[in-house]
Design a protein around this ligand. Sequence first.
Ligand SMILES: [Zn+2]
Length: 300
Amino acid sequence: MPLQIVHHPDYDAGFAVNHRFPMSKYPLLMDALRARGLAGPNALNIAEPAPASWLKLAHAADYVDQVLACTVPEKIEREIGFPVGSRVSLRAQLATGGTMLAARLALRHGIACNTAGGSHHARRAQGAGFCTFNDVAVAALMLLAEGAAQKILVVDLDVHQGDGTADILAGDPRAFTFSMHGDRNYPVHKIASDLDIALPDGTGDAAYLERLGGILPELSARARWDIVFYNAGVDVHAEDRLGRLSLSDCGLRARDEAVIGHFRALGIPVCGVIGGGYSSDVSALAARHAILFEVGSGYA
Ligand SMILES: [Zn+2]
């Protein structure tokens, strides 16, 4: 059984190529996965849009209704970073449905990855920072509501702090949120996760991997986790336009190996989401995101 990959062509909402959000990375990531032989018919699963009832587990009902009706107030659209028209609204529903499907596939097969997701700045009240709906928080709360999981761990290694996920899941004893991020990266005002590690600018591979290797056993020892959501944002890379942590390609691969290898060795299902990544060289960016899938395929 190959690594189960969740995708939808409409993850790409078709922004202009010079938009600050590199939307074309989604189709280019699929091209990269096909070129690596990872996207065959037995590997691909098509995402379906998350219904309002799922979205309202994590988000305020009025905000969900606004996104679905494309009537998000301009002030909130500015915080998100783009207008929420019909294609953006659909992509947010699809990315969330995709993470939910990947979580279900991970529970069944041990590991599965979404080719979108990791919209971790979306808070309960509203979206922010290029994030419309918090797909991981929605999927976590859905699994808990269905009884498919009782204890959920979020390992968020995107370079930006997982403030929205912390906001939504804070105080829920069934979920534990961990974020390791660049201290000086967005958001300026961080919302405390259950555990945060803030790293200095220019941390680099060796110090980063040492810190990660130290914390993984602590995380797995905290509870008997039924599933781990892994945000594998590649904006920790040295050539990322926004990130400040200076990891190399080798460092990225070693990071993904460390996380996935650790939890799979313990038999804990891993649901991977791609998280952030920003570069004007979108092909190079897509290749960085493909590393998650290359590493994941070794554990499928
Ligand atoms: Zn990020």
